[in-house]
Design a protein around this ligand. Sequence first.
Ligand code: IMP
Length: 427
Amino acid sequence: MTVTSVVGLQWGDEAKGKIVDILTDSHEIVVRYQGGNNAGHTVKFDGETYKLSLLPTGILRPGVTAVIGNGLVVNPEALLKEMKSLTDRGVRCDGGNLLVSDRAHVILPYHIVEDAVFEKRRGAEAIGTTGRGIGTAYRDKALRSHAIRIGDLYHPASFRSRLTEIVAAKNLMLKALDPNVETLDAEAIFASYTDYAEQIKPHVIDTTAYLHKALKAGKNMLFEGAQGSLLDVDHGTFPYVTSSNSSSAGIHSGSGIPQRAINRMIGIVKAYTTRVGGGPFPTELNNATGQHIRDVGHEYGTVTGRPRRCGWLDGVATSYGARICGVDEIAVMLLDVLAQLDELQICEAYEIRGERTTDFPSHVEDLEAAKPIYRTIPGWKQDITGARKLSDLPSGARRYVDTVAELMGLPVKFISIGPDREQTILL
Ligand code: IMP
């Protein structure tokens, strides 16, 4: 039995979806365990491009059951829209292949309003959220008294009275923070969420119990991380993070499956670094090379369309991500994007106020002060998108991959040199 985890080791958008898609051939169940519709996965499949946000990538594979675990925050309207966009294209998406945890928390309209209000109030220090109400829904989960779980939607009397109480409090708080904000109507929210609940009912179960039975039956299971380890609320670049454990730390709490059940932990590393939203980024390139990487790599957000900040690969940050996740092997993604550059740089250490370190700082101001110390690698000026085995790669590209493996102290098992499934070198 294989229980695999695929987790991003940077600030998200490492092309995890492609590796998940390749692995779904040998896995029967794919589980998401954190986040919500802030995530963006692009998968090319049978010549078609699919953009997923809340649904696990595994939904695209016939025979695979996709699970939205208890650790997610679910916007039911967004879920229904995404399901419809798939069924309209002939992808199966019913109660037989898509399961939603009754313990997952619900994103309500006020979470989205609050996300915008809090971001506006932070001004220049805005986190740069996706604006989907993710952080505010997780805050209410931690607060408890303002939280609604998927299972609560099926208890209409208590759901209605709790919603009335919550909305009254939200209106008070929101008006105090921003007098221009529109008043929320509890009855209208109750009516629309009761309708969504009815529509998603065939999918809603106790996914924890389902996953434990599947484990006992020896089914192969894959945990699909969203965002990246450096956006993890505990281990990432706080406060410029998302609100969940987006490193592998979230698997246990977000699915109910103990960490020790996982026997293959794959870390996904983009060959360079990107980040959307605010926060420190030591290897950022605010120059023509950064723009070149953005253009060639199509580095624009799947969810928000925002241009992603681009920079060199950061060996310090990525190795930290790998340590936090307990990674056994890595996949180097989008290597083809780095072709045509004269030389490449990989950060091997930081200098922080005159001190050299390979530790990743815990405080945002120390990371802001970090100056990258680079290792320079000669570039390769040829297209590598047709390579299918290691020996097809020019020596510069091989040296680059070897350097990544050496700096991270981990074996590279996949090299991705284009978006299609075949454009993958397996090692
Ligand atoms: P939130 O998750 O919408 O609260 O946003 C918090 C931070 O996480 C912001 O910097 C977002 O840009 C970032 N973020 C959230 N989801 C993703 C993702 O899927 N890829 C990359 N960054 C993300």
